[in-house]
Design a protein around this ligand. Structure first.
Ligand SMILES: Nc1ncnc2c1ncn2[C@@H]1O[C@H](COP(=O)(O)OP(=O)(O)OP(=O)(O)O)[C@@H](O)[C@H]1O
Ligand SMILES: [Mg+2]
Length: 252
């Protein structure tokens, strides 16, 4: 395999310094170019797992094999934009921090803004954008890095349903065009199935993998797929796996 080789977590666990065990033992391998979604109850360690995959935090147990030097970008739930910077300046922020030459980061930022449909807004400021546009900008900022690995932590949670559907299609198209490996944390089962090759279902804390569901539909996926019986069957399976999670053990 090329530079974009698989990422492999073997019995990865995480105990925070506070003593809290956030993750149990996680075994997961991510193939280059794959789109994997992670669903699970609040507090089960999804963001923790994403930070470990990003290389932002070391696991406290097990091993994580990650190819050296793969460009990684992270999209956070809140768009995390700098209000005093223009749209273009926000889009190029990560490249500036990484020390890219100005000529390169400006050209890349402009291209990324075009890809997410924000051409023409380069000199506007974040407060002049809608929530969906801010999310697009956050995505452009990550895409401008031309990442091989893109990590998304509930990026669409704050937008309305119609915008969400549109952004899902755009994200899917961008992923198909650029070929990066994507890991998406979401609470939305439909979103997970629509976008992914595989959906990982996690247990409550300490998070473990309960189930991995393959999504066989070919890409590009038409929006109408969401109305098909096969789609409903798969979202039903993911929902059932989530519902099967024991809540509080009751004495019998
Ligand atoms: N820096 C930290 N120090 C100590 N504990 C932490 C830290 N970050 C997260 N935790 C704890 O680890 C557990 C898992 O947190 P995490 O943010 O990974 O969950 P999550 O699955 O992303 O939840 P949500 O769906 O609500 O975003 C939680 O109990 C949280 O309180
Ligand atoms: Mg989280």
């Amino acid at each position: 395999m090329s530079k974009a080789t698989a990422l492999t977590l073997s019995a990865v666990s995480k105990r925070y310094d506070s003593g809290l065990q956030a993750l149990g033992e996680i075994d997961l391998s991510l193939q280059p170019g794959e789109f994997v979604s992670i669903v699970g109850p609040s507090g089960c360690g999804k963001s923790t797992l994403l930070r470990i995959i990003a290389g932002l935090m070391a696991p406290s147990g097990g091993s994580y094999q990650r190819p050296q030097g793969i460009e990684t970008a992270f999209v956070f739930q809140d768009a995390a934009l700098l209000p005093w910077r223009t749209i273009l300046d926000n889009a190029q922020l990560l490249m500036e921090l990484e020390g890219y030459p100005r000529s390169e980061y400006q050209a890349r930022a402009r291209t990324a803004l075009q890809r997410v449909g924000l051409a023409g807004f380069e000199s506007a400021y974040p407060h002049q954008l809608s929530g969906g546009m801010r999310m697009r900008l956050s995505l452009a900022r990550a895409l401008a890095l031309q990442p091989q690995l893109l990590l998304l932590d509930e990026p669409l949670a704050a937008v309305d349903e119609l915008t969400r559907d549109v952004l899902q299609e755009e994200l899917s198209q961008l992923w198909q065009a650029a070929g990066f490996t994507a890991v998406l944390v979401t609470h939305n089962v439909h979103e997970a199935v629509y976008l992914s090759n595989r959906v990982v279902v996690m247990s409550p804390r300490p998070g473990r993998i309960l189930d991995v569901i393959d999504v066989p539909f070919a890409f590009p996926r038409a929006p109408e797929l969401r109305a098909e019986a096969g789609f409903a069957e798969l979202t039903g399976r993911v929902s059932a796996a989530l519902r099967a999670i024991p809540q509080v053990s009751s004495p019998t």
